[in-house]
Design a protein around this ligand. Structure first.
Ligand SMILES: Cc1cc2nc3c(=O)[nH]c(=O)nc-3n(C[C@H](O)[C@H](O)[C@H](O)COP(=O)(O)OP(=O)(O)OC[C@H]3O[C@@H](n4cnc5c(N)ncnc54)[C@H](O)[C@@H]3O)c2cc1C
Length: 401
């Protein structure tokens, strides 16, 4: 039975909505989580969970299950065909998790949903939000279900509803940015591949290609490609690897999930407007270079759960929600800049610029301090400062004044 009143209505049960609902459930905070789809999505999509995300997800008790289903990789290597230009190692990170975890997004979502259910929470599926307006108690959201339309009243409404967020539109929050020129090809393939202990990023004038092992023995391929085919086939991926990967590349033998998508580079002007809050792709989207998209959204979810718990359960002033917005938006700004830089460097076309880039990367590869900075940036640990709200004491002083 779908409630008609709640403290927090979370719209969207992708990875970020599921993580937020799990954290709220664990903290004993009243909420309702809805998703327009009748069932969970079963496509691979984001396949990397970074060290910083793992430490944040550890607070909701899902990391053991994720690690049991994923592959822990210690290294990220940048290559130009057969040459290694730079290796970034995660095994000396100042963190509880000293690796990145390869795990398909569908598995991450299934693990989060299982944990939510274990804690007594649920997803209301087949419930599409159509419109939202502010009212005296917060907001009123009209939803469409199998049995018709109804209104849910909530103090706060969280837009975890992806790039085309209706919550963002209802709140009138601009989403500035643009679409990248290139399309991206994504495919999970079977093949013989020698580099099983790392995520490999190949730079090439024709565009970048990333190859990473997945837990079922297949490999995730991500590549920029002008005029990418709508449904990439084995021959398309083979051609990509022949042109951009190592010269003695393996033969691609099978293809599972494959897709083409165009990437946008956009950031919401604010993450909060009155009762409306944004997180995940509803708040920020960018190139998949560096595998940061879902990771940034998952950290948003854990920080927002903290802010909402302070306000709804602990009755602190709702300026904690402004703190969430102020704390997390700069993280996305940094991630957008990182993904943009990586894409630009990876796809240099002029031969002289590529030679200079490769030389520079080989020099950087000999500088431990730089390599450590890169590891901190990629793992998300460099953005830890954007993952903690100001202490409640600061807010408590506001109340007293
Ligand atoms: C083809 C593809 C490949 C990708 N590859 C990568 C990758 O390699 N690396 C990476 O980091 N990221 C990748 N991404 C991005 C990554 O999947 C997203 O960053 C991540 O899913 C964001 O999670 P989210 O919870 O914010 O939103 P989403 O996963 O988009 O979830 C939004 C949810 O909201 C629901 N919803 C939407 N509108 C409504 C509504 N009106 N009412 C109710 N429910 C609604 C949707 O059904 C959906 O379940 C990829 C995305 C795609 C599409």
């Amino acid at each position: 039975m779908l409630p008609v009143q709640t403290d927090i209505l979370v719209i969207g049960a992708g990875p970020t909505g599921l993580a937020l609902a799990t954290a709220l459930q664990r903290n004993g905070v009243d909420h309702v989580l809805v998703d327009a789809l009748d069932g969970a999505q079963n496509t691979s999509r984001a396949a990397v969970v970074h060290a910083h995300t793992l430490e944040m997800l550890d607070t909701i008790g899902v990391v053991g299950s994720l690690e049991a289903r994923g592959i822990a990789l210690p290294d990220f290597a940048v290559r130009d065909r057969d040459q290694v230009l730079l290796t970034v190692s995660f095994h000396r990170l100042p963190a509880a998790f000293q690796h990145l975890l390869m795990v398909p997004q569908s598995t991450t979502e299934a693990v989060l949903q299982a944990r939510l259910n274990e804690l007594g929470g649920a997803v209301h599926r087949g419930v599409a939000a159509l419109a939202a307006v502010t009212d005296a108690g917060g907001a009123a959201v009209t939803v469409k279900t199998a049995t018709g339309e109804q209104v849910i009243h909530a103090r706060y409404v969280v837009g975890a509803d992806g790039m085309h967020s209706i919550v963002r539109d209802a709140a009138g929050i601009p989403f500035h940015g643009e679409a990248y020129g290139e399309s991206f090809v994504l495919a999970d393939v079977t093949m013989d591949w020698p580099l099983n202990d790392e995520v490999s990023l190949f730079f090439s004038p024709a565009g970048l290609v990333v190859v990473a092992p997945l837990p079922d023995g297949s490999y995730r391929i991500v590549a920029t490609l002008d005029d990418a085919p709508e449904k990439p086939e084995i021959a398309d991926i083979q051609k990509l690897l022949d042109a951009r990967g190592p010269t003695r590349t393996a033969r691609v033998t099978g293809i599972g999930w494959a897709s083409r998508f165009r990437v946008h580079h956009r950031l919401a002007d604010t993450y909060r407007s009155g009762p409306f809050l944004l997180m995940g792709d509803a708040a920020h989207v960018h190139s998949p270079a560096g595998g940061q998209g879902m990771n940034t959204g998952l950290v948003d979810a854990i920080v927002l759960a903290d802010a909402l718990t302070r306000v709804v359960r602990d009755h602190l002033p709702d300026t904690a929600l402004d703190d969430y917005a102020r704390t997390r938006r700069p993280a996305a700004q940094e991630v957008l800049a990182l993904a943009g830089r990586l894409t630009k460097i990876a796809t240099l076309r002029s031969a002289s610029a590529r030679r200079l880039r490769n030389l520079l990367l080989r020099v950087l590869d000999r500088l431990p301090a730089i390599k450590r900075r890169l590891a901190l940036g990629l793992s998300g640990l460099a953005r830890r400062r954007f993952a903690t709200l100001p202490p409640s004491g600061v807010l408590a002083r506001h109340i007293a004044q």
